[in-house]
Design a protein around this ligand. Structure first.
Ligand code: ADP
Ligand code: MG
Length: 579
């Protein structure tokens, strides 16, 4: 909650202005009925136009002032609420960008999207309605009461009418709110769900078609959609019933007032009193209805405020430490050292345990092991996509936690296992990691990544469009572009997480050769499934169930690591193995 309220403080001047004009408007509105009553009591029965003029122009001026104020209120209120929601959105997005895996996993993507859009819109709406009405209620309520007493001609029964009407209004609102509040909570979750299923299905369109599960998926979406509709209908219907009931109450008040006055009317003064009283009575009830309007939006907005606050106040686990040991813009030599490292996802059983090894600059270090053996986990610890649970990872002898995050990541060319291209062009994707890159560097990166051939095969070349997620290039082409993107950073460290798997054997071999020649000084870490890919590595690390079970060169491992031998046997022929 607090996380959201600070945004109100920032626009205090706009809020103040809107409240000020609202107060003025309310005061003006409060004056009108008494003038009308004056006109009736003094004017009726006399054929004197000057009376009409003298009251008329005052009423006209007051109405005009009220109108102008109302415009200003609308202006300031919408400005304050729109700006606030803009800030909330951009801050929330920035915050999510800082999330590490751990925080990210606590919210689903769809929920983050709903929170960033729908929830913030709810808050914006509440702010607007609040600013538009909040001052009206007390001024109309209290001012109206004072005025009503003035015009009541000393009839006590009138007080009962008003108090009774207010009691009915308040009871109705309270009942409605208690029923509706939990539903709103449910509703935001159901919006999450609809977004989630829609996202799932749109992303998985190919699989859905291939498996002919359109019907099933449609039903799944339909169910979520129906649930949401049901809740939305229920809450809107309930709130819709409130309105006519309120009108009945108001009309009831009018009838009661006329009835009570009717018994006592003796002269024209009483009639003018009655007219004014009726107006003020309605003002009083209106003020309660406005409060109820606020209370209709409030519960939903509170749910939203909490949901947005949850994201904004989430502590980020991977942060920059204040005292850095390296100057900014540092370029490392690239000696990486793992010292007895363990990592467990969400504090459960360790995914990797007791990992110690070194990856030196100018060398190729390879990680191999069955799926789920912890390869990606290990290399994600180097650019601090996650932080070690125990042990340490260091570069050139400096713990990665003591390096400025930006510098750390600038020093690493990373190709994640699940890589993504962004919509744009081939060029914009390759130069992604670096803002200033010349044509030569770009061509070099593409050449090493073996992407040049297919880039040049189309007429647009580097200007060729890339669709969202890189869906208009093949898996292997996508992988090569992702590799070129990492290489164009010209970093001292390169990490390839299973980046060669979608390449054919020939391209794989050519790419590795080019890497060896052109990036001779770099520290290269390769995660691979194929023994052929890493056979020539300076150091091969064999993983099994999160532990290192062998380390050394290909020939040595064949002799003394049974896990490695098993993997090799399953992929290579006897001659290739040289056994
Ligand atoms: P590899 O890359 O060797 O295939 P990973 O490092 O991805 O293996 O995974 C190692 C282990 O950690 C696996 O048992 C996997 O189920 C688990 N794991 C991976 N990512 C997560 C995650 N985000 N949350 C929980 N467990 C995970
Ligand atoms: Mg992996």
């Amino acid at each position: 909650m607090k996380a959201v309220f600070k945004y109100y403080k920032k626009y205090a001047h706009l809020i103040f202005a809107s409240l000020l004009f609202l107060t003025l408007e309310a005061i003006c509105e409060l004056q009108l009925p008494s003038y009308m009553s004056g006109l009736v009591s003094e004017g009726i029965g006399k054929s004197d136009m000057s009376m009409v003029w003298s009251y008329g122009w005052r009423m006209l001026v007051i109405t005009l002032v009220a109108c102008v104020c109302s415009v200003f209120v609308g202006y300031f209120a919408s400005k304050a609420s729109a700006r606030m929601s803009r800030d909330l959105r951009s801050d929330m997005f920035a915050k999510v960008m800082d999330f590490a895996n751990e925080e990210y996993n606590k919210f689903s993507v769809s929920s983050l999207i709903t929170r960033c859009t729908n929830d913030i819109t709810q808050i914006q709406m509440l702010t607007y309605i609040f600013l538009r009405m909040i001052m009206f209620a007390p001024i109309m309520g209290i001012g109206g009461t004072i005025k009503a007493i003035q015009f009541s001609s000393g009839i006590n029964a009138l007080a009962f009418v008003i108090v009774g009407a207010i009691a009915v209004v308040v009871v109705l609102i309270v009942i409605a709110l208690t029923i509706v509040q939990p539903k709103y909570m449910k509703m935001q979750k159901q919006i999450d769900k609809v977004n989630q299923i829609a996202g799932d299905e749109l992303n998985g369109m190919l699989v859905i078609r291939a498996f002919n599960t359109q019907k099933h998926e449609e039903e799944r979406f339909d169910n979520a959609n129906k649930d949401l509709t049901k809740t939305a209908l229920f809450t809107t219907r309930l709130m819709a019933i409130l309105m006519p009931v309120m009108t009945i109450v108001m009309n009831g008040v009018m009838i009661a007032v006329i009835w009570i006055f009717a018994a006592k009317v003796e002269d024209i003064n009483q009639i003018s009193n009655m007219m004014a009283f009726m107006q003020y009575a309605l003002h009083i009830i209106m003020s309660f209805m406005m409060i109820s309007m606020i209370f209709i939006v409030l519960p939903r907005a509170i749910v939203s405020i909490n949901r947005v606050g949850e994201v904004l106040s989430m502590p980020v686990s991977i942060t920059n430490k204040e005292d850095k040991q390296t100057p900014s813009g540092v370029r490392f030599k690239g000696d990486i050292k793992f010292d007895n490292v363990s990592y467990s996802y969400g504090g459960g059983v360790p995914a990797v345990e007791g990992i110690s090894f070194e990856a030196k600059s100018g060398e190729v270090t390879a990680l191999i092991g069955s799926t789920g053996s912890g390869k990606s986990t290990i290399i994600n610890l180097i650019p601090r996509l996650m932080d070690v649970s125990s042990g340490s990872v260091s570069i050139d002898g400096i713990n990665v936690k003591d390096i400025n995050l930006k510098d750390l990541r600038n020093n690493i060319g990373f190709v994640p296992q699940k890589n993504t291209l962004f919509s744009g062009t081939i060029e914009s994707n390759i130069e992604y990691g670096k803002t200033q890159i010349n044509q030569e560097e770009m061509q070099k990166a593409s050449r090493i990544a073996q992407a040049e051939e297919f880039i040049n095969s189309s007429e647009e070349g580097y200007k060729r469009e890339i669709a969202q997620g890189g869906s208009n290039v093949s898996g292997g082409q996508k992988q090569r572009l992702a590799i070129a993107r990492a290489l164009s950073k010209n970093a001292p460290i390169y990490i390839f997480d299973d980046s060669f798997s979608a390449l054919d054997f020939k391209t794989d071999a050519k790419l590795r050769m080019a890497l060896n020649e052109e990036m001779a000084d770099a520290t290269v870490i390769i995660v691979a499934q194929r023994v052929g890919t890493i056979k020539n590595a300076d150091r091969i690390i064999v993983l099994d169930e999160g532990k290192i079970v062998g380390m050394g060169k290909h020939e040595d491992l064949l002799k003394n690591c049974s896990t490695y031998l098993d993997i090799a046997k399953s992929q290579l022929s006897e001659e290739e193995l040289g056994l």
